[in-house]
Structure formats: C-alpha cells, structure tokens
Design a protein around this ligand. Sequence first.
Ligand code: 9MR
Length: 352
Amino acid sequence: MMRLSPFFALLGCALSAVAAPSAPTAAAALPTSTAKVSGLHALAKQAGKLYFGTATDNGELTNQPYVAVLNNGQMFGQITAANSMKWDATEPEQGVFTFTQGDQIAALAQPMGRLLRGHNCVWHSQLPSWVTSSNFNAAQLTSVIQNHCGTLVGHYKGKTYAWDVVNEPFNDDGTFQSNVFFNTLGQNFIPIALKAARAADPNAKLYINEFNIEGTGAKATAMKNLVKSLKAQGVPIDGVGLQSHFIVGEVPTTLVENMREFTALGIEVAITELDIRMTLPETAALLEQQQKDYQTVVAACQAVPGCVGITLWDFTDEFSWVPGTFPNMGAACPWDANLVRKPGFDGIVAGF
Ligand code: 9MR
C-alpha cells in the first residue's frame, strides 16, 4: 500500500475529524435541560425537605464522570444502595455476614454528611436460597429474621437516616404476597422485623417500602390498614416508602390526597425509588411529558409537609434498571446515558 506523505496523512485526519462526528444522532436532536441551578438537594433543602437523593450501585463507581455527578453534595444529599445491602449481598450463607459492598456505598454518604437510607432487611426477592429452602418452622424463621435485621441494621447503627425494614409485602389487590415469610409466619413477620430493627438502631426511622401505593386504591388502603394495626399494637413504624416507578403520562392523579392520608396516620412518607419510564424510542413529545410528570411528583411531595424527601432510582439512563426489566422501555431518568440533563431535570426544579 502506498504511504501517504505526512501532509496528506494530516489532511486525511482533519477531514475525517470534520466528517465523522457531524452526522447528527437522533439523541442529539432531542431537547435537553435549560435549568441553571446549583443542585437538586440544595433546592429541596430550600423548599423545606430533608433531602433529594439517588440510589447507586457498586459497579458504577468506577465510572469517573458518573461519580463526579454523584459526589456533588449540592445535587444529592442522600444515598441508597440499589443492591448491596440486600439479603443475598449481606448474609449469603446463614450467619455469614458480608458488608464490604454495602460499606462502600455507606462511605459515599458519611464524609459529606449526606443521609443514608438502608435498603432493605426483609424482601421475598434477592433472597439467598438457604432462607427459602431450609423449611424453617415459625420459631426458626423468627430467629433468622431477628438475626438478619438485627445484625444488618446494627452494623450501620448511627449511620442511617432510615431503613426499608420490610419491602413489598403486598400484591396489587392488597392481599399479602405469598412468600416464605408470610407463608410461615403470617403478618407477624412484619412486627418481628420492625422490632429487631428498632432494637438494633433506636434512632433509625423504620419504613415499609412498596410500589403501586402512590395513588389511592386497594394496595394503598391495605398499607394504611397495616400501619394502623401496627400502631395499635405498639409496633414501631415511622414511615412508608412510595417507590414511584412511574410510566410517562400515567402518574397517578391522587398523589397528594394519598400522601395526606398516610401522614394523617402519624407517620412520614418518602418517595424512595423515583423514575418515569417511556416506550422507546425517546421523542421530544415524550420528554416533554416526562418533564411534566417529574414536576407533578416533586410538587406533590412539596405539597405534603410529611413527605420528607425524594430519591431517584439512579439518576442516569446508563444505569437504570428499567431496560433490563421492561422490553422496549427506558429513558426513565432525569440524566441521559451520556450524563446530559434532560427536560425531566427541569421538571424536578420546577416542582420545588
Ligand atoms: O435496581 C435494582 C436492580 O439492580 C436489581 O436487579 C433488582 C432486582 O430485583 O432490584 C432493583 O431494585 C428494586 C428495589 O430493590 C425494590 N423496588 C424495585 C426496584 C427495581 O426493580
């Protein structure tokens, strides 16, 4: 092959440098955020809330541009571990506790004085098989729950603002989920876990966290009845987490009414896992609706004094759980996969 003289080689580079990136991608044509603010947590604090935060995961922490946004304390004043404090991560074998990954997430909160939400003690998912397949009787499973919640919450004693002690106990119709905990102990697994958590860290707020209870309906009613019954029995319960995994254009219309009904029971609420997914591909119209939807959710929390804060279930489409679970859906976060702020970011700003 003929060698180009240095001049032609340089010219070739220059031409390809001009030609290649100038081909517009679909994403580049979509609208982005125009808001100029120091950060969402700063705005939340000004608005009287405790925090604006995000979930994050260990595997993401090697991505430097991502970490630069994550570590902006004006942007995120609260952190949740998306996976590394769950049962399979913390007690993979009975009595063998591993906190290395969870500690890495907790360490993101500590030096900056950011709040940590613990997620979670008791959930039927991401549960190691020794819990489900040992045929524990009621007394044995009680002690398994007490040991798990007590050790986990105790390990982070003094470091967590709140714990999702019980995660997703209900079916959408308001009946209890059939799982090893309910099937062995009935509803009692909930007070068992809450009491163990309270004993392990008396200052952590104890939450039950659930999805599809953000608007009024059978599942939200079941949760309200559970809170009433726990309070009547003197079981510690401080809050209900409204996960808030929404779909663009389908945010419930009863967010405020529902949150008021929860807080009237003498507990706080928090939006614990916010994202708003759409059917792909992203379009300008969908992003505009998503902006409105983010604004609606934040404004609803803003309208209810007992809604203490808002957590995104990660902030960038790069690390969203949505595409892995819902085929053809995604683009749920306020930052796109290149860490460019979307109109949804402006919606959050407007909501405060
Ligand atoms: O974000 C989490 C994802 O990485 C895991 O694969 C998934 C497994 O169930 O759990 C995701 O987080 C869930 C959270 O713990 C509870 N509410 C629903 C969240 C999204 O599935």
